[in-house]
Write a protein that binds this ligand. Structure first.
Ligand code: SF4
Length: 264
């Protein structure tokens, strides 16, 4: 099979790409503030005519939204940059990222960034927040969740039904990941897509997930399974997307070590 010269991901589990997402988030927040003030400027004269308190109620609501998103982003930036837990006990991480993420994608396009560059950066930010909050993560039920494109394309074994169906032939990295999981008594699951991955998470009820997938699946998965913490590892695609992909095994081992040693 011919190798495709695929650029390595900028954030392959490391912190080096997180600046893009953090900067875009700050710009997105400024845009949200600008739009909110614009909206207020347009509707304020009419609100007072409904009821004297209505205008005040809307003002308080918009103010609270801004405080929640800005406060959440400030704590996220601080935690992501220092990898120290400034998020506790706030729960704004998801609200902030859910609101800002789609705006980041639009703004990123404006600056000539691809969706995958922004997603890589999001994964890097997520992993930094994971490290920052690791003392609060329970290692009780760790799940290694793999994208099935890691399996050799010609392999007939139904590893998505049960990873123990792998014959450990060494043709792809599935067998090495199984051995790694066994060393740490950590089960794994191989999913063919987001729907199956969500089903596995519902059934297994993991307390923490180490996930290996492409930018799109990782980004969606991290947001879907919240509040379960996910350490994301981007796959490598020497033959192009979705076929015979690879992963840096050291990254998986590092993530498991982080989870097991997090509370020490
Ligand atoms: S290592 Fe397992 S999954 Fe990979 S090709 Fe061999 S039998 Fe198939």
């Amino acid at each position: 099979m011919q190798k495709i010269n695929n650029k390595p991901p900028i954030a392959n589990g490391e912190n080096k790409g997180k600046g893009i997402f953090l900067l875009l988030s700050i710009l997105s927040l400024l845009l949200v503030v600008f739009l909110m003030f614009g909206l207020w400027y347009l509707i304020a004269p009419r609100l007072g005519s409904f009821h004297p308190y209505f205008s005040l109620a809307v003002k308080i609501f918009l103010g609270l939204c801004l405080i929640t998103i800005s406060g959440g982003l400030f704590l996220i930036v601080l935690s992501a940059l220092t990898e120290r837990d400034f998020l506790f006990p706030h729960g704004e991480k998801q609200i902030t990222l859910t609101v800002l993420f789609p705006i980041n994608l639009i703004l990123g396009r404006f600056f000539g960034l691809s969706k995958d560059q922004i997603r890589q950066s999001f994964v890097a930010v997520n992993n930094s927040l994971f490290k920052a909050t690791r003392k609060r993560i329970s290692p009780e039920r760790i799940l290694i969740l793999l994208s099935h494109c890691l399996q050799d394309y010609d392999c007939p074994q139904k590893v998505t039904a049960d990873y123990r169906n792998c014959r450990m032939c060494g043709k792809c990295q599935i067998c090495q990941i199984i051995e790694l999981g066994d060393n740490y008594s950590t089960p794994l699951s191989i999913a063919t897509g987001g729907t199956l991955a969500r089903k596995v998470v519902v059934e297994r009820k993991p307390t923490v997930i180490v996930a290996v997938a492409c930018e799109r699946d990782l980004t969606a998965g991290i947001q879907d399974v919240y509040p379960i913490p996910v350490y994301g590892i981007l796959n490598q695609r020497p033959f192009g997307p979705c076929i015979n992909t690879k992963v840096d095994l050291k990254e998986i081992e590092k993530a498991i070590g982080l989870i097991l040693n997090g509370r020490q």
